[in-house]
Design a protein around this ligand. Structure first.
Ligand code: MG
Length: 242
């Protein structure tokens, strides 16, 4: 379906009074597998675990027997890596090749996107810094190093929900004003809750399957080039030309 038709469909589903325009949106990104081409935290655990305990925990997490916090705490207990080895590892992490272009477009439109991650704020900021991005607000989990151990803590944990380590929904709902639409771009389980309270959702992989199953409106995407295209062609130019 062409993007413009999808937009009209969204507008009618959302019952918005005025047309959706980019300047009236707040934009939020998930990090792992959305802004990056891989799941960074999974890669760290695979690469630096001293045994295969992480596999057992991952299986329990996939079967929804344990939440992300329990899974992550257990997996990191068996990780041994120094800060400098980790930094070296992060230098190889690639961002989606379209992210810079998408960010430039958003900034031109006066929007500073916010990153909501179930990874660690330190890790996300470091990877972004390696790619020349220094000024985006990142909300994630906390970590500290003790020798070759990584000790996690969870400042945005929701004690009433065991699913995620970082309850991303908190950041969407705390500043929600009636005149701003929330745009959310994600791919995984920690994006399910924020997607439910967002107005426009770009979804792939697990998030797309979830949105489809729940019959919630969303825009499927393969990579951030699709999201860039949507913003470029629909939210800016098509509106100006109609
Ligand atoms: Mg993700």
């Amino acid at each position: 379906m062409p993007f413009i038709n999808r937009l009209h469909q969204l507008e009618s589903k959302l019952q918005v009074k005025s047309p959706i325009v980019l300047s009236n949106c707040r934009v939020f990104f998930d990090f792992d597998n959305t802004m990056t081409t891989s799941d960074v935290l999974d890669d760290v655990i695979r690469r630096f675990s001293i045994n295969d305990q992480w596999v057992v925990l991952e299986k329990a997490w996939n079967e929804e027997k344990i939440g992300t916090k329990e899974c992550l705490e257990g997996q990191l207990r068996n990780v041994r890596v120094t800060k400098s080895a980790l930094h070296k590892f992060f230098k190889k992490i690639e961002l989606d090749p379209h992210f810079h272009q998408l960010l430039a477009l958003l900034v031109r439109e006066g929007i500073k996107p916010v990153i909501l991650s179930d990874n660690f704020t330190y890790v996300v900021e470091l990877i972004l810094e390696y790619h020349g991005i220094n000024d985006l607000k990142v909300y994630g989990n906390n970590l500290r190093f003790y020798r070759d151990h990584i000790i996690p803590s969870f400042p945005y944990d929701n004690p009433f929900c065991l699913t995620c380590a970082h309850c991303k929904k908190i950041h969407l709902t705390k500043d929600k004003t009636e005149d701003k639409l929330i745009v959310y771009v994600g791919d995984g389980r920690s994006d399910f809750c924020p997607a439910r309270v967002s107005d426009i959702v770009f979804a792939k992989d697990n998030l797309l399957r979830f949105m489809t199953k729940e019959e919630l409106p969303c825009i499927p995407y393969k990579d951030l080039g699709d999201v860039h295209h949507y913003f470029q062609e629909v939210l800016i130019h098509d509106r100006q030309n109609h």
